[in-house]
Design a protein around this ligand. Structure first.
Ligand SMILES: C[S@@+](CC[C@H](N)C(=O)[O-])C[C@H]1O[C@@H](n2cnc3c(N)ncnc32)[C@H](O)[C@@H]1O
Length: 183
């Protein structure tokens, strides 16, 4: 991560404005991606690309690729510029559009999906993405402690769907990590 550190540090100064994940959550994603040797990752909610840099840096090691979805054109352009600055733009596809329209257009099988856009849409994002997540694939949802009231339908879904094994992780604003079984 050393070559990306100065840009990540710079972006951490505006993390509140861009509602970026905490560095420890970036590290968590990075560890997961490298552990499962992920080849294809989907991120829902790019903002200015802070988490995309963490994800893409890990994918650089595994030889994988990231599709990241953002409907705010300005933010998507900022993300593209930062990814270019750190030399990760070639493995990241920043798609501009509403995730609810864009997810069904993805014909990739994902090893990991990271949910970080509208909290009350997490369940819809996951239901749309689930057929394209491979058995053994992971779903990481952010803000699951601080914004839980807005995603109660998601919490109900991931803890009550037999195909998913889920756990609450109190890391920064909270994460729910789910594993898709082969059932
Ligand atoms: C919490 S921020 C993402 C932060 C980013 N993952 C990071 O840590 O650097 C959520 C982003 O999702 C975008 N967003 C919200 N709803 C969306 C939707 N339906 N489709 C695409 N993007 C959406 C917002 O514009 C915002 O930039």
């Amino acid at each position: 991560m050393q070559q990306y550190e100065s840009v990540l540090k710079r972006l951490e100064k505006t993390a509140r404005e861009y509602t970026n994940i905490a560095p420890e959550n970036g590290q968590f994603l990075s560890i997961l991606i490298r552990s499962i040797r992920a080849q294809n990752v989907l991120e829902i909610g790019t903002s200015n690309g802070y988490s995309a840099i963490w994800i893409a840096a890990a994918l650089k090691e595994t030889g994988g690729r990231l599709i990241t979805l953002e409907f705010d054109r300005t933010r998507a352009a900022e993300a593209e510029a930062y990814l270019q600055e750190v030399g990760l733009d070639d493995i990241v596809d920043v798609r501009i559009g509403n995730a609810l329209d864009e997810i069904p257009k993805c014909d990739t099988t994902f090893d990991l999906v990271f949910l970080d856009a509208e909290k009350n849409e997490y369940r819809r994002y996951l239901e749309l993405a689930l057929p394209n997540i491979c058995p053994g694939g992971l779903i990481v949802a952010d803000d699951t402690v601080t914004m839980r009231d807005e995603m109660l339908d998601y919490v109900e879904f991931v803890f009550n769907t037999p195909q998913l094994h889920s756990v609450d992780i109190p890391l920064d604003d909270g994460i729910i990590l789910s594993y898709k079984t082969g059932l």
